[in-house]
Structure formats: C-alpha cells, structure tokens
Design a protein around this ligand. Structure first.
Ligand code: UGA
Length: 467
C-alpha cells in the first residue's frame, strides 16, 4: 500500500519504519526541514534503541523515503497517518493546532477514497473537528476517517510497533476497516489481537490507558510514603498485589514518579476533557499531586541524609525520564536536579544519552562523562533513572571515590544487602533505610551494622525487626 505519515517525531518516525517493514511504500513528511534532511541521510533526530539500523534498512530497501513537501506525500497515499505532536497547553488541555494544520493539508491534497488515520493522542471527540475541517476544505472529496492509537513505549518502540499487545481500530465505515486490516495484515496473521471500535471509543481508550498507568504509579508511590512511615517494604507489597492477576505487577514500581511526554500530558488532558464535559475526574488531580510529591519526597530524603543542602556536592545518576531514551521532557530527574540546585547544592549529573538535552534545560548542572566521575567527591549520590549500566557499578570503587558513602535510590535499583555490605548509608524508596553505625574502628564491611531510622525509634510498631 502507499502510506504517508505526517509528523516524524518519536511516534511518527517509528510508524514510518514499521509501515515500511510491513511491506508498504511509505513516505514521511514534517514541517521541520532540518529533521527531514537528517532522515533522508538515515540519521534519527533522537535516540531509540535499534531505530538507526531499522531506518537504514528500510531506506536502503527503497520502502521508505522522506519529503518536506507534505502535498506530495499526501497526494499519492491510500492511508495517511497523522502523527503530529499534541502538547499540553498551560491549562492542561491538548494543543491541537498541529493536528488542524495537518488535516487542512490533507483536505487540499488527499486522493478520493483515501483513509485519514489519527495516531496522535487526541481528546475523544476530536474526530468531529477533523471531519468538519475535511468537509469544509475538501472540495467534496470523499475521505474515510479512523483512529488507530499507538501504545509504543520509548525505549521499546520498535518492538511495540512490530509485536503489539493489541491493534485498536476506531472506524465508522467498512472501507476504513478493510484498509487498516490490509495494512496490518502481516501482524494480524501472526495472531496479534484486533479490537475494532467506533472512533470516539478508540480515542478515549488511549487516554484511559495512559491515565490508568499513571494511576498505578501514583498509587504505589503513595504506598511508598506509608511504607516509609511504617517500615514496610513497598517492593514486597507490590509483589503481593501483583501476584493477583486482576492487579498485575507491571507499573507498580515505586520511585520518583512518572515523566516523559505522554503520561503527564494525557492525565492532564483527560482531566480537562472530563471537566469540559461536566464531569469532575478528581482522581486524576490526585494522581498528579502524588506524582509531584514523589520528587519532593526524594529531595527531602536527600536533605534528611545531608542535613543542609547549601554547598553540598550531589551526584545524580540518570537524567532521562526513563532508561533507554534521551528524552528529558517532564523528567523527574531533571525536576530533582533543579530542586537541589535551588537548595544551594552543587550538582553533577550523568546520563548515558540525555546529558546534552538536560544541559539546555538546566545550564547550572555540571555534566560528568561517567557514573564514577559524577560520584567523585560527592557527599551524596542519587540514583534517578534506572539505566541498566548503573545496576552493575562496582560499589567498592563508588565508595572510594565519594566523599561520603551516602546513596539515595529514587528507583530502588540497588540491592540493600549489597549496599549494606559495601558500607553505604542507603536510602531506598518506600523501604527502610540502612544507616551505618556512625563510626567504625574496623573498616571491614562485616563490622558494619544497621540501626533503626531515627524517625521510627520508640514509635508504635516498635515490634518491627530491622535487618
Ligand atoms: C507511555 C505508555 O506506557 C505507552 O503505552 C504509550 O504509547 C506512550 O506513553 C504514549 O502515549 O506515546 P512512555 O511515555 O514511553 O510510554 O513511558 P512509560 O514506559 O509508560 O513510563 C512512564 C514513566 O513512568 C517513566 O518515567 C517511568 O520511569 C515511570 N514508571 C513506570 C514508574 O515510575 N514506575 C513504574 O512501575 C513504571
């Protein structure tokens, strides 16, 4: 099939590569001409594992091309995907200007009988606006409409595109359904689950999925606060909950909260959409409040460990909003860096991919070239993004280069018993901290003991055994 993809951001570019890999002749277009030039040379404008190689493969095979001329891409396409950004406005509503501009281009240039597919995450009901615009500006041409939300995760986007959990088609005509089933035939033949709905349902299902994922994360982060107050272990609580298939263990990892481009924006957009329609979705407001609290709780743990922040040297491991991406949009790690700098600390950060992007947002942040460099001379080290390479750090080396062996773990990446054995004062999230006896005459790890956190001494529940 001939496919056009409007917008070559993180969703659009992966959609281009996946469509080409499914055997379709695909053209990507974007208003950003610099981006198009890069893509024509096979250079992705952002980091996504495997994307550079997959892009090169499809360009070489001749299945994929890029043009800055949207009219050309649209005119020849049987299926036109809209993958432009829908950022949050200051009031939380989705900004749909880029969608409107794309639809107007489509209205002017689409072939009769073409299928227009919304892949950008848009508030339920947007299709009515799309339909109106196509009618008003489309010279009576007949164009089909569909919503086909994506569920790609950054860092796993190619895998999610080629091996999705489900394909959701929001359609209002048999022609639209048939065109999309033809497009996805290789995946459907492999047994990928197909869910066909009306367009509004598909639009809402995307927002609902992201908002529910965010709700799980905020739920477990609120539990983490309670665990810190009672001495329970949030990871074990999540394991118990997750063993129930009705709940599931995924997205119950307590930490610094959710970030990125999608979850924060979609929670806000769904809450605003509901309010506009006359329903008060207060649960989502609370999800946002708990999420903001997660970064603050971590900053307070750092203060608790260091007493005063002024002049203290703090290293931050990980700046991206999650591992395997260079994306720092709404990154909890970046919010933390700002908070610590505002408190007067001297902060050095390291991220395998996101250093340069963070520096633009937080110029006062010092950047290190590696984890050990970020830790060197630090009074405290914060683990903020759970990149795999941090899991295998040599704790003995880490301890040697730091001014003080204090680690605050915002993602519960480290093993508490290993941190204990290596002599660290270790502050995980939603788990009892390990506080080394203040002074040791013998520096061997076996001489290291633990004591109860001061906040809990003599409190109810003193029957809890700390180990
Ligand atoms: C999210 C959804 O997971 C995708 O299904 C969706 O397609 C995508 O948004 C989108 O709308 O385009 P993504 O933004 O890549 O994907 O990030 P997630 O993997 O959902 O992680 C979001 C945040 O939650 C990260 O900051 C992560 O560290 C955090 N998180 C995740 C937790 O704090 N705890 C968890 O248990 C899981």
């Amino acid at each position: 099939m001939n496919v056009a993809v409007i917008g070559t951001g993180r969703v659009g570019l992966v959609t281009c590569v996946a469509s080409a890999a499914l055997g379709h002749d695909t053209i990507g277009t974007d208003v950003d001409t610099d981006k198009i030039e890069l893509l024509q040379r096979g250079v992705p404008p952002f980091f996504e594992p495997g994307l550079r190689e997959a892009l090169a493969e499809q360009l070489t095979a001749g299945h994929l091309s890029f043009t800055a001329n949207a009219a050309d891409a649209i005119a020849r396409a049987e299926v036109i995907f809209i993958c432009v950004g829908t950022p949050a406005r200051a009031d939380g509503e989705a900004d749909l200007l880029a969608v409107e501009l794309a639809v107007r281009e489509i209205a002017r240039h689409a072939a009769d009988g073409a299928l227009v597919v919304e892949k950008s995450t848009v508030p339920a009901g947007t299709v009515d606006r799309v339909r109106e615009t196509l009618r008003r500006e489309g010279d009576g041409r007949r164009v089909h409409l569909a919503s086909n939300p994506e569920f790609l995760r950054e860092g796993l986007a190619l895998r999610d595109a080629m091996e999705p959990d489900r394909i959701v088609l929001g359609v209002e005509s048999q022609e639209a359904r048939e065109l999309l089933e033809r497009l996805y035939r290789p995946l459907l033949e492999r047994g990928v689950r197909l869910i066909v709905t009306d367009i509004r349902t598909a639009e809402l299902a995307k927002h609902a999925s992201n908002a529910f994922l965010a709700t799980k994360i905020s739920f477990v982060n609120a539990l983490a606060r309670i665990c810190e107050l009672t001495g329970a272990d949030v990871g074990a609580v999540a394991d118990v909950m997750g063993a129930d298939p009705r709940i599931g263990r995924a997205f119950l990892d307590a930490g610094m909260g959710y970030g990125g481009y999608c979850l924060p924006k979609d929670v806000a957009a769904l809450e605003r959409l509901a309010a506009r329609l006359g329903y008060r979705f207060g649960l989502l407001k609370e999800v946002e409040r708990v999420n903001a609290e997660a970064v603050e709780a971590l900053a307070e743990r750092v203060e608790d460990a260091l007493w005063n922040l002024e002049g203290k040297r703090i290293g931050i491991l990980g700046l991206a909003f999650k591992p395997d991406t260079d994306d720092v949009r709404s990154s909890p790690a970046v919010a933390l860096a700002r908070r610590l700098l505002d408190g007067g600390a001297v902060v050095t950060g390291y991220d395998p991919k996101a250093g340069a992007a963070t520096q633009i947002l937080v110029p006062e942040l010092r950047l290190a070239d590696g984890a050990y460099e970020a830790a060197t001379g630090a009074d405290c080290l914060v683990l903020a993004t759970d990149w795999e390479e941090f899991r295998t750090l040599d704790l003995a080396v880490l301890g040697r280069v730091m001014a003080h062996r204090v680690v605050v773990d915002g993602r519960n990446l480290f093993d508490p018993s290993e941190m204990d054995a290596a002599g660290f004062w270790y502050y995980p999230t939603g788990r009892p901290p390990i506080l080394q006896h203040a002074q040791r005459s013998d520096a061997s790890p076996s001489a290291v003991g633990v004591e109860r956190p001061p906040a809990l001494a003599g409190s109810p529940g003193s029957e809890i055994e700390w180990s």
